[in-house]
Design a protein around this ligand. Structure first.
Ligand code: NIG
Ligand code: FE
Length: 412
């Protein structure tokens, strides 16, 4: 297999720092060596002529196509069993998401199905969803646990998530979300469950290197601010980075708490207020917008986009792919929704699935931009202008995905 790659005549959206990198470049040639971007030069220089003739260099002609960084879906719950179409029907008849959860449905119904599944079954169930993401141009996917809620079931979910790299050409990052909801065994003693997370689950996950981050659903149907803080402290003790499901259904102050503990991102944030926005800005925490969940729950509270812009908080956009609130396996659909529902520009939306998504998963220095030294992950599109990605839905535009300099021969 060729380990080195040359992309020729590439019109690039590099997403380089600042205002630069959105407008497509003049034709460039990109040399990828050992999975990393080694050099980018104007095509007219013909600088890689020698390498092109060598047999260990694969050459891809990108004439007439647009090349972006490989898209990053920075927030998913890709691993789960079961199906919640029945709850969708209940909600359409008037039941609230929080009521369904309070009656033992919602997240807990997926917990029952996920506990009953084997690791192999979870992988098999996740692959079609993963293929949906990949066919929308994704090369990196963050995957959370959170439907196991016992030590063994959380480990099973994280192992299944990591194993996806053996089945598809994709990079997976994993997040422990044991603090997703209080499991039935601890119904009247959430604090004891938090003890289990802090004293047993986090240490074991860290020891087995099964997660990069720890996440908490800080909400009335999730965990209190105090419980959230305990989980963050345990995560930091074991050198895991932190993230939050915060300010989704109410304003509890979870985003500011997470930011003050150095969170890479806080996600949902429809109810985020000015103090929260300032905390994100001061701590360089990414605001992750999840328009699929906003749309599917028919929410009306808009995330504070204008304040985020004013305070220069980077905004990521992700699918939140999950069975209850965002059953959507298409990242470009989320780009479209971020523009139509939240008023983002197509440029902000592309940054949201490239450089800002990379920052949300702690990879700002290596992914999400086409610059020398970064990972050789690219998505090649049959379009002329990047706004097309936010504009059309359901029209196939993907030409090729490249992960670590390897051309993916996808067959979705
Ligand atoms: O990101 N907010 C909490 N967790 C998921 C929903 C999970 C579910 O309903 O199964 C979310 O929206
Ligand atoms: Fe989520």
């Amino acid at each position: 297999m060729a380990t080195n790659l040359i992309l020729k005549n590439a019109s690039i959206c590099s997403m380089a720092v600042g205002e630069l990198g959105y407008a497509p470049s003049t034709p460039q040639d990109i040399l990828v060596v050992g999975g990393k971007i080694a050099q980018i030069v104007p095509s007219e220089s013909n600088a890689f002529a020698t390498q092109e003739s060598m047999s260990d260099h694969q050459v891809v002609d990108c004439s007439g196509k647009l090349v972006t960084p490989g898209l990053i879906d920075s927030h998913t719950h890709l691993i789960y069993a079961g199906n919640r179409a029945n709850e969708f029907e209940m909600r359409l008849k008037g039941a609230a998401y929080t009521d369904i959860a309070a009656q033992g449905g919602g997240i807990l119904s997926t917990v029952r199905a996920t506990r009953a599944a084997t690791e192999e079954e979870l992988i098999e169930l996740a692959l079609p969803r993963l293929d949906g993401l990949l066919s929308s141009g994704v090369t990196t996917v963050e995957v959370k646990s959170g439907y196991g809620l016992t030590l063994e079931d959380e480990l099973k979910m994280l192992r299944a998530a990591k194993a996806l790299e053996n089945y598809r050409r994709v990079r997976i990052t994993t997040t422990l979300l044991a603090a997703h909801t209080v499991p039935p065994e601890f119904k009247d003693n959430a604090d004891e469950y938090v003890d289990l997370i802090c004293n047993t689950i986090i240490p074991r996950v860290a020891a087995e290197k099964l997660a990069d981050s720890v996440d908490v659903f800080c909400e009335s149907i999730g965990f209190t601010l105090e419980q959230t803080e305990r989980v963050f402290q345990a995560a930091i003790k074991y050198s895991l980075s932190i993230k939050g499901h915060t300010e989704q259904l109410s304003n509890m102050g979870g985003s500011a708490l997470a930011a003050n503990y150095g969170a890479t991102s806080v996600d949902h944030i429809e109810y985020l207020d000015l103090a929260g926005v300032k905390a994100l800005s001061e701590n360089n925490t990414v605001a992750s917008l999840l328009p699929g969940a906003f749309y599917f729950l028919k929410e009306t509270q808009q995330p504070p986009i204008e304040l985020l812009r004013e305070h220069k908080v980077p905004m990521a956009i992700a699918t939140d792919l999950n069975p209850g609130t965002s059953p959507f396996a298409d990242l470009t659909l989320m780009m479209n929704m971020s523009c139509t529902l939240f008023g983002l520009t197509p440029e902000e939306s592309l940054r949201g699935v490239t450089c800002h998504a990379a920052q949300a998963i702690g990879k700002a220095g290596s992914r999400g931009r086409i610059v020398e030294g970064y990972d050789g992950d690219f998505t090649i599109w049959n379009i002329e202008h990047p706004a097309d990605l936010s504009y059309q839905v359901g029209v196939p535009r993907l030409s090729k995905r490249i992960v670590a300099g390897e051309l993916c021969h996808d067959s979705f």
